[in-house]
Design a protein around this ligand. Structure first.
Ligand code: ADP
Ligand code: MG
Length: 589
């Protein structure tokens, strides 16, 4: 997320203050004021849609809630702006919470459709309430006054609006580089993985929804005092789409893209509205057509938006190294060596008529490396999904550290210290290796959104980063710490997943084909890492196709075929078993 260094942030603030002191023509101040207002809403949309992957067409409705609350309370109760701001934010939070709880569980295209639905409902609600002046709205507000200071519509307003925008952008930048921020960035493409790391993804979805609604509401509050009037046409679906357009033009997952998008769209809108009618010799909203064409072009040729050009110019910036003296994170009490840590009892999974896992039972002892092998489609990955709670089991029991865990959420099982990797690597491609691995330490920290925004998370954050770096070096990825995860070769991505799981300080580690795609030397390194983990008391359940590796590192091996338990024993016992040979070679025994 870091594309600007912290001193650039201060420079931008200085530029805002300087601009507010310059004698700019009123026309340009007005343009900048609108850009600031729109950028504030768009910023929330970038967080919601671009970063967290939750597309919303209904953001304008929250602008409306903020604007109407301010206008009604100022006109009817003569309440001062700071009070109407607070009330607007409260009402927005309450409505967004209710709407979010109901709609955020929807998946795929249902969520955007739902946002259209409630966006329209709020619009018609605003347009049909007598007290809100129906479709005429409310007029006659006094302009903004803060702390006894008349702000007006000019440069004073510019300063207030843009400093608020700057604060919001700085706060979100801090947020996205923190423990809750990494969880939020996992919402778009890595929900299953994040849950397996102990993240309550639904809670973060609601959080992001609330933050973006509040930013929209604050923008609406400003808008009401700026225009000194409100009416529902500014808060309907058209504006909901326009905000989304600004986000896409700027760069839908870039916070600064919101500034750029709002600026470009507003200025273009203004210019086109002046030039197009005289150019075409007819009046009409021709700019809409140009916007449509522009949107298609951007989506086709620059889907990351205009900010990506600025980013190329700035380069990707590493996190500052601040964790050299970090205190260690708390560690789990590990089971006694030889104790049964994981017991699978008659576990079964049917997918319709297919029984993928057919009453499998086995045990893993603390400090043991247990192999789980079998031909493709034998049900190994499914068994992993059942143990870790990624899939609900049809019947059977999973006992972890003497506690039954079947029926628990994946994230709750993860919190107990059962960690896994995935056969198909799951990662956040645009995060660095360091940040991906740090996600594994989610359950070992506790800093929330507020402490991250207020920078009270510094010591926990450096402890997490230090731990992540330690685990990355442990699996031999020391040279790749700051690389973007997507740039790693496949084999190294698997090692990164192991480091991420280790970052949680697990007592049992489930590895699904960790050696696939590794070179010979890397495989040797991997078996060394596995042995070292074992010597430290960790228990490992290993699914792997590389038989040399399996026979080399495993203490015991369970063999599955077509979902059923075939046999179990030491590597040499299993190797000599005719049933196993038959299963692998496909011959009759
Ligand atoms: P392995 O990891 O041993 O290669 P899997 O556990 O991935 O095998 O798959 C076992 C069987 O279950 C396969 O026949 C596979 O097609 C089926 N299967 C796995 N996941 C699902 C699913 N979500 N829905 C339906 N069938 C599935
Ligand atoms: Mg598999």
């Amino acid at each position: 997320m870091r594309h600007l260094r912290s001193h650039s942030l201060w420079l931008i603030l200085a530029a805002i203050v300087a601009t507010s002191l310059l004698p700019l023509p009123a026309f340009w101040i007005a343009q900048l004021n609108y850009i600031g207002l729109f950028a504030l809403t768009t910023l929330g949309l970038v967080l919601l849609t671009g970063v967290a992957g939750l597309t919303s067409f209904g953001q304008a409705a929250f602008v409306g809630i903020g604007a109407y609350t301010a206008a009604w309370c100022a006109l009817n109760l003569a309440w001062p702006p700071l009070v109407t701001l607070l009330l607007g934010v409260l009402i927005t939070t309450a409505s967004a919470w209710v709407i979010g709880r109901i709609t955020l569980r929807l998946s795929g295209h249902y969520l955007p459709l739902a946002t259209i639905a409630w966006g329209l409902s709020l619009y018609y609600l605003m347009g049909n309430i007598d007290a809100l002046g129906k479709y005429d709205g409310l007029i006659g507000l006094k302009s903004l006054t803060l702390l006894g200071q008349e702000i007006g519509q000019g440069r004073g307003f510019f300063a207030v609006c843009w400093i608020l925008l700057w604060l919001a952008t700085a706060a979100l930048t801090l947020l996205l580089d923190s423990r809750p921020g990494r969880a939020i960035r996992a919402l778009k493409d890595g929900r299953q993985m994040a849950e397996a790391m102990g993240v309550d993804t639904f809670r973060y979805k609601v959080t992001v929804f609330l933050i973006s609604a509040i930013l929209a509401s604050v923008s609406g509050w400003l808008l009401a005092y700026y225009q000194r009037a409100v009416n529902p046409s500014a808060f309907g679906l058209k504006w909901g789409i326009e905000f989304l357009f600004m986000a896409v033009v700027g760069g839908v997952n870039q916070l600064w893209g919101a500034w750029l998008g709002a600026g470009v769209v507003r200025l273009l809108d203004e210019q086109l509205q002046t030039w197009l009618p005289s150019l075409l010799g007819a009046s009409g909203s021709f700019e809409i057509i140009i916007f449509g064409v522009l949107l298609v072009l951007i989506l086709k040729y620059r889907p990351e938006g205009l900010w990506s050009w600025v980013r190329q110019f700035l380069g990707n910036q590493q996190l500052e190294r601040t964790w050299d003296l970090a205190p260690p994170l708390p560690q789990r009490v590990k089971p006694e060596r030889g104790d049964t840590v994981l017991e699978i009892r008659s576990v079964r999974k049917s997918f319709g008529g297919l029984v993928a896992v057919n009453d499998i039972s086995f045990q893993v002892k603390a400090g043991q490396i247990m192999g789980l092998i079998g031909p493709n489609g034998a049900g190994k990955s499914t068994t992993f999904n059942l143990i870790t709670g990624t899939l609900p089991l049809t019947s059977g029991e999973v006992i972890f550290n003497h506690h039954p865990v079947h029926g628990l959420h994946a994230r709750d099982i993860a919190k107990l210290g059962l960690m896994r990797t995935f056969q198909h690597v799951k990662m956040i491609s645009d995060m660095s290796v360091l940040e991906n691995v740090a996600l594994g330490a989610h359950t070992r920290g506790s800093c929330d959104v507020w402490s991250s925004v207020l920078r009270r998370n510094r010591s926990e954050e450096s402890a997490i980063m230090a731990e992540a770096e330690r685990q990355i070096k442990r699996v031999g990825l020391g040279d790749w710490v700051h690389e973007q995860a997507a740039n790693l070769p496949m084999g190294k991505q698997r090692l990164m997943e192991i480091a991420r799981a280790l970052c949680a300080d697990p007592s049992v580690l489930l590895l699904d084909e960790p050696a696939a795609g590794l070179r010979h030397a890397e495989k040797r390194e991997l078996s060394q890492v596995l042995r070292q983990l074992q010597s430290e008391g960790l228990s490992i359940l290993l699914v792997e196709h590389d038989m040399d590796l399996v026979m080399d590192v495993c203490d015991r091996i369970v063999v599955m075929e077509f979902g059923t338990y075939l046999t179990e024993g030491t590597p040499s016992e299993v190797q000599q078993d005719p049933k196993v040979r038959a299963a692998y070679l496909g011959t009759e025994h």
